[in-house]
Design a binder for this molecule. Structure first.
Ligand SMILES: [Cu+2]
Length: 207
């Protein structure tokens, strides 16, 4: 509210000074020579120059104090300060278009966190079977099926994955394990005591 009132006051103040400047210019250019052919004359010249200087300085002060909003000020001015003020609106215009164009660009990268790839894993005594032991980096869901006769689980250890595991599942049961794989080597094994040493141990290479 206060800022709006102030800025309106600035517009009015600048407009009034500008108007006085224009009126003075018009009077001195057309009216006075018409009334007095020898205008400004010997005595009139100092007065005219003083008035001109005063109005010019006043105009400069007005532009300085009131012209905080450049887009408003150059419309109210006379001829002198025009060229310096017209540069400011042209610089504010591109900045606003820049702001509008960055908004859609910022929202674009939020698309598509890729769905995890599904990889079937079967476990028996005492093996872990994967379709492939080399994978590309990304999110994976390992679908574990226990096709053995005792309980097993599935454990991942490697870059960014610290001991992620399924519960121990009984014969014929299934479980899922979600992991984000980065480039590197992962140790994949069954943590039921003795099973890793018995052969349920696989190296998965991600690159
Ligand atoms: Cu096991």
């Amino acid at each position: 509210m206060l800022i709006a009132a102030l800025s309106t006051g600035h517009k009015v103040g600048l407009g009034l000074v500008g108007l006085a400047f224009v009126v003075f210019a018009l009077i001195s250019a057309f009216l006075l020579p018409a009334l007095r052919p020898d205008y400004p004359g010997r005595r009139g010249l100092p007065v005219f120059l003083t008035l001109s200087a005063t109005l010019f300085v006043g105009m400069m002060f007005a532009v300085f104090f009131f012209g905080r909003e450049p887009s408003e000020s150059h419309a109210a001015e006379g001829s002198t300060a025009g060229p310096t003020q017209t540069t400011t609106p042209s610089t504010t215009a591109p900045s606003t278009t820049k702001a509008t164009t960055t908004a859609p660009a910022a929202s674009a990268p939020t698309t598509a966190p890729a769905a995890p790839k599904s990889v079937p894993v079967t476990e028996v005594e005492f093996k872990i079977e994967l379709p492939s032991t080399t994978l590309s980096p990304g999110s994976y869901t390992f679908d574990l099926t226990n096709k053995g006769h005792v309980g097993h689980d599935l454990v991942f250890n490697g870059p960014g994955v610290d001991n992620e595991k399924t519960p121990v599942i009984g014969p014929g049961k299934t479980a899922k394990l979600n992991v984000d794989l980065k480039s590197g080597t992962y140790d994949v094994y069954c943590s039921v005591p003795g099973h890793k040493q018995a052969g349920m141990d696989v190296e998965v290479k991600v690159s």
